[in-house]
Design a protein around this ligand. Sequence first.
Ligand SMILES: Cc1cc2nc3c(=O)[nH]c(=O)nc-3n(C[C@H](O)[C@H](O)[C@H](O)COP(=O)(O)OP(=O)(O)OC[C@H]3O[C@@H](n4cnc5c(N)ncnc54)[C@H](O)[C@@H]3O)c2cc1C
Length: 415
Amino acid sequence: MTRIVILGGGFAGLGVARALTRSRRRAQLDVTIVNRENFLLFTPMLPEVSSGSVEPRHIAQPIRSALRGRARFVLGSATAVDLDSRSVKATHSVTGEVTEITYDHLVIALGSDSSTHGVPGAQGHSVPLKTLDDAVCVRSKIIAAFEAAAVAQDDVERRRLRTFAVVGGGFAGVECAGELLAYLRAIRKQYPAADRPARMILVAGTGRLLEQLPQRFGDRAAQMLVRRGTEVVFEDDVASVDAGGLTLKSGKRFETGTVVWCAGVGVSRLVEHLALEHSKHHAIVVDADMSVPGRPGVWALGDCAQIPKPGGGSYPQTAQHAVREAPLLARNIEAAIRGRSTRPFRYREAGMMASLGDREGLADIAGRTMVSGLPAWLMWRAYYLARLPGAYRKARVALDWALSLPFPQDITSIE
Ligand SMILES: Cc1cc2nc3c(=O)[nH]c(=O)nc-3n(C[C@H](O)[C@H](O)[C@H](O)COP(=O)(O)OP(=O)(O)OC[C@H]3O[C@@H](n4cnc5c(N)ncnc54)[C@H](O)[C@@H]3O)c2cc1C
């Protein structure tokens, strides 16, 4: 029996576990997966949870049901990895009990963490958008800001409360700004005292949006957001965040009560402190077959790994890539067990899509054709609904979407 331990149950880790448990040699494999939540989070729809278009539970797939009992699941946080004695420690998420698990092959798929990179005040005065709890918190903060603005006597304070900032010009930031803008517009109707539209600011930091994608894609996304009233700030970074708002490095200041932090992707401390080679963003540097150089039996993929591209550079850290890396990594582990040669990861993106809220989207098909507006938004919904795991969740999300068309946006705050 070969013991395979997978750390992380996201797109990458769960994908590897499922591929291994479906393999013809599964009887000889003892697969354990460790994840701190008991579900896989379908992140592409996270901005829709923060805008209330989709209910939180509908984008979470229980790991146990995905594994169908064919692999062991440990609900807990991996807290230590000993690469020499080939063991990991996991602290149970409910009981706090620490378990030691030994392995022959270790798959590190711990994803990324949002990082405020030490920006003063950002940790305490902004909300990240990375987990289901974050998305619920963002929505509650928006509703709380509208409620407070409804009773604020002072004009300046009312304006501050109704100003919202998203930091980060990557995928998460752009989609979050677009979705929230649509939400702000929709719920405004339920606050009759609202004298003027809410203000949305997107701080890109860099010279353009969506830097990892072709320039025309980022430029078009910026145009669409600006046309709908978003103020996009380029080439200026956040210097500090405080209870009253945020200050940029140029000295420019925005008074706001709600800052959503979608910038700065880092890795967990555990990954950062492993005695392995790391990229400048602290991802684990792996060979093209996703094995960790100099550590036989250790593999890494997904957001926490830097996988080299054939012509130079590395693959982007997206769900689209993680789901393709996983089955190959499973095959490579089997090949390594049988003493066969492994295969390098090769993938050419079929395209990219972003949902920008208000029935607007943007799609780049094979780097040749760009579709925007309603057709792209419908493509985005059709594609991601198809990718959402399980018929039950597909039905629930489809119903959420259908119900959000005739009915006003829900402003119930339950956090
Ligand atoms: C708001 C948002 C929107 C996005 N939209 C898109 C999109 O539209 N298209 C796209 O392709 N990509 C999108 N992404 C990126 C995508 O989510 C990631 O690239 C993808 O999730 C990477 O998969 P992964 O398995 O490497 O990491 P993750 O999916 O993050 O999974 C890592 C898992 O490890 C667990 N974990 C972490 N630390 C520990 C620990 N110490 N112990 C145990 N478990 C641990 C986590 O809980 C998590 O379950 C988006 C990301 C965000 C945040």
